[in-house]
Write a protein that binds this ligand. Structure first.
Ligand code: PMP
Length: 460
């Protein structure tokens, strides 16, 4: 080992030790991590590649955590932050004040988001903005004099964040169990997860059945009690679940019929991932409210927003003070970075590139893995995909305790590919700067990892 490699190696050991002693990681089994010797430490990234503290180069098939849409190492974003910090590092938007970046970004967002969404309420994370949804929806129906119309319907396997209200909106039972959630007033119905719930059924028929689950819940509770339905256009953390084509038209018909607000959570789908600025445009969804985060700054700084449709915005504007907001709502540095980030996406034509070139190419690549003995289904849209692993392709029987995906993930990372595992699926969501060569590398490394997994499971 050379001297510098040695130095890095020693630094890694010291970081791991300090991490174990002092750092509590999100969504991590601390004892399990300590047993494995501590975390992989990412020290640098450029373009589509990460570098860890041992010098390994890793292709980032997840864009960080579904967010680094323009890739790493963008000097322009660093300069936008630097210049804004020198000009005005912080000012709030509470007491009849605003800052130029917050205003200019609001105007830009109104242009690129679906028609009818003209106003933004800022936060700093997807969780915060989904909390704002709960606050705003309740306030809206109070203003309308319908104080009973309060229940928000969501779906099993949904992910809407980790605060008490957003985790309640989510459909992750493990999260609910640890914190006595959901909070009152939130109900969950089945997701449009055809591969798991619709086995053997016509896909569109299943899509209508999954939508009917929402209507059944509305009828069970009474439409006068139901305030809103919230959903990710394509479910992300729940396993990249792309609904059948029949699902969203039915959902919209049902929400309209029962006067239930439709909330699209575009925290993952937004900013180009599906080949339009927002998946609501790809899937022809017209939400009343829409949350976004992550790709808004490509993860370079924390920022989120709730786009508010005209119906709700009008009621709010006539409803007196809305007692809600965050210190960092409309943070000027984050907004300046978001503006530059959107400019880069536009200038480099990244949305069109996903729609016309790399998105279809990734989908073809993932589907080419369907012949692998472990692969039950390959699915996705744009630069957003999943490969679901099974023990038996006929019966869809899964491996115990997510053994196949946990093993596969280990082999992916060992071979220099960062992918994520969700239950029985391997998930990818790469930067929009992926070229076809990067897709090729992702698919071939994933195939290699699947082969290694099959061998390891076979030998077990
Ligand atoms: N909504 C969706 C659809 C998400 O995927 C996430 C995070 N993965 C969130 C909300 C929460 O965002 P944050 O972690 O920024 O709070």
């Amino acid at each position: 080992m050379s001297t510098s490699a040695n130095t890095l190696h020693n630094a890694t050991a010291a970081w791991r030790e300090a991490d174990r002693k002092h750092h509590l990681h999100p969504f991590t089994d601390a004892a399990g991590l300590a047993k494995e010797g501590g975390p992989r430490i990412i020290v640098k990234a450029e373009g589509n590649f990460l570098t860890d503290s041992e010098g390994q180069q890793i292709l980032d098939g997840m864009a960080g955590l579904w967010c680094v849409n323009v890739g790493y190492g963008r000097k322009e974003l660093a300069e936008a932050a630097y210049n804004q910090m020198l000009e005005l590092p912080y000012y709030n938007t509470f007491f009849k004040t605003a800052t130029p970046p917050a205003i200019e970004l609001a105007e830009k967002l109104a242009q690129i988001t679906p028609e009818g969404l003209e106003h933004v309420f800022y936060g700093s994370s997807g969780s915060e903005s989904n909390d704002t949804v709960v606050r705003m929806v309740r306030h809206f129906w109070n203003l309308k004099g319908k104080r009973e119309k309060k229940v928000i319907i969501s779906r099993e396997y949904a992910y809407h964040g980790s605060t008490c209200a957003s985790a309640s909106l989510g459909g992750m039972t493990a999260m609910h169990e640890q914190a006595d959630l959901p909070i009152p007033g939130i109900e969950h119905v089945m997701p449009p997860y055809w591969y798991d719930f619709g086995k053997g059924m016509d896909k569109d028929l299943f899509g209508r059945m999954a939508a009917k689950a929402v209507e059944d819940k509305i009828l069970e509770l009474g439409a006068d009690k139901v305030a809103a339905f919230i959903a990710e256009p394509i479910m992300g953390a729940g396993g990249v679940i792309v609904p059948p084509e029949s699902y969203w038209p039915e959902i919209q018909r049902i929400c309209k019929k029962h006067d239930v607000l439709l909330v699209a959570d575009e925290v993952i789908c937004g900013f180009g991932r599906t080949g339009e600025w927002f998946a609501s445009q790809t899937l022809d969804i017209k939400p009343d409210l829409m949350t976004m985060a992550k790709g808004i700054t490509s993860g370079y700084l924390p920022l989120s927003g709730l786009m508010v449709g005209n119906r709700v915005a009008e009621a709010l504007s006539e409803g007196g003070e809305f007692f809600h907001g965050y210190t960092y709502s409309g943070h000027p540095v984050a907004c300046a970075v978001a503006l530059k980030n959107i400019e880069i996406i536009e200038r480099e034509g990244l949305v069109d590139k996903v729609r016309e070139e790399t998105g279809p190419y990734l989908q073809e690549g993932l589907r080419s893995l369907s012949d692998h003995p472990l692969v039950g289904e390959a699915r996705g849209l744009g630069l957003f995909g999943a490969v679901e692993l099974v023990k038996d392709k006929e019966t869809h029987e899964r491996h115990e305790k997510n053994l196949a995906t946990l093993t596969c993930r280990k082999h992916c990372i060992e071979s220099g590919l960062m992918l994520r595992q969700v239950r029985d699926s391997m998930i990818c969501s790469p930067p929009l700067t992926f070229e076809k060569v990067h897709v090729d590398e992702l698919v071939s490394k994933l195939r290699g990892a699947l082969d290694a997994t099959a061998k390891e499971l076979g030998a077990a």
